[in-house]
Design a binder for this molecule. Sequence first.
Ligand code: HEC
Ligand code: HEC
Ligand code: HEC
Length: 340
Amino acid sequence: MTRFPTAHFTKTFRANAAAVLAVLTVACGGSEPGLARGELLFDTCSPCHGDDGAGKEELGAPAIAGGSEWYLTEQLLKFRDGTRGYHHTDTEGLRMRPMSRALVEDKGDIESIVQYVVSLPIPDPPPTAEGGDAEAGEADYLELCVNCHGRDGRGMEIQKAPSLLHLNDWYMASSMRKYRDGVRGAGGDGFGALMRASMTGWTDERIDDVTAYIMTMQRLPRKVAAPPPPPLPPVDVDPAILPEGVTVAMAREGQEIFNGTTGICFTCHVREGVGGPLAPSLADDEWLNIDGEYESIVAIIIKGVEEPVEYPGMMQPRAGMPLSDEQVRAVAAYVFTLSR
Ligand code: HEC
Ligand code: HEC
Ligand code: HEC
């Protein structure tokens, strides 16, 4: 990728950006939130992301048209709050950050701009990278990425994993390297950390391979989200095996948390805890870090596993989710039943 920002460029750019933003504040001062305001605001985005929102490689600015509403909104908030674009070596992230700051939440700016961006046609960028072994990449994708980004690459909202199908190859590869190196995904957000864990130990070559594979995936149509997995029948528990204070109702609530929308345990441990490449089975009676008794399960969910014994990546405290103590005890009840 072209390395762009010379000191001169950066300075001129900052001056221009400030001027544009000043004009914008005046121009958009009175208009209501919505598509029309979004279109006006987009004038500040197009210098970098292009008039069609399809991105500009020379500025490291990716396609944003084709992104889904929830993802675009969250990323703008992350840039604004500094959970993205926080690292001093993140040239592109630092270029984007002030732009997100200029959007005024009270005026519905984020909502308006996102509404406009999702109204744009979905770009279909051609591959630009040379090399990259798509076949090797496919094996990695099917093993490591499908749980979150889906078999079809369209992403899954419950995992906060975006669609990859509109993205430029140079941007995907650069983002994966950033996750690996802690330049993205280590700013304190749980979902970014999950993606980061997936990149642990990856070489640049492996990243190029998986990128090459993603570029071969069916690129259209892309706005429809992948269907959610079918619901599981309520876990069948013999109350006699449960330790004191643990109920069948707790195990059932825990089943929802483990496999469903509240928790994200299954993204690594796979549905029903059978284990996968990122995390061990919780359904056998072999334990790596604990003795498998109920309290030991509660404790490890609260603490996480910073240095796994066998598996790559890590497990964050409470899996990086805002789980209450009751929810932790419920999910632990479910895990307890899996191995028994
Ligand atoms: C000064 C150039 C610049 C301007 C102006 C700009 N951006 Fe960006 N934007 C970037 C760069 C560079 C990145 C890539 C950051 C990275 O690599 O992590 C980015 C990333 C993004 C992302 C994340 C995309 C993804 O797939 O994660 C979104 C969303 C975004 N910009 C929206 C906007 C919107 C909306 C505007 C207008 C309000 C805007 N940007 C204005 C440079 C810019
Ligand atoms: C545990 C779930 C999970 C797994 C597994 C996972 N991802 Fe992600 N991925 C995410 C989430 C969540 C994000 C958005 C994180 C953020 O907000 O920074 C993301 C973001 C990305 C992005 C950046 C998208 C953008 O628009 O900026 C790329 C590229 C990506 N993932 C590729 C992959 C590939 C390739 C794999 C397999 C090797 C993979 N991911 C495995 C959850 C996952
Ligand atoms: C980002 C991936 C990831 C997520 C999400 C995740 N875990 Fe883990 N989990 C791991 C890893 C890695 C280990 C440690 C494996 C090792 O030591 O090699 C682990 C270990 C465990 C253990 C101990 C297993 C043992 O044999 O020592 C339990 C119990 C557990 N996880 C439960 C959960 C629950 C419940 C959730 C959801 C609230 C969850 N995990 C979410 C990756 C994850």
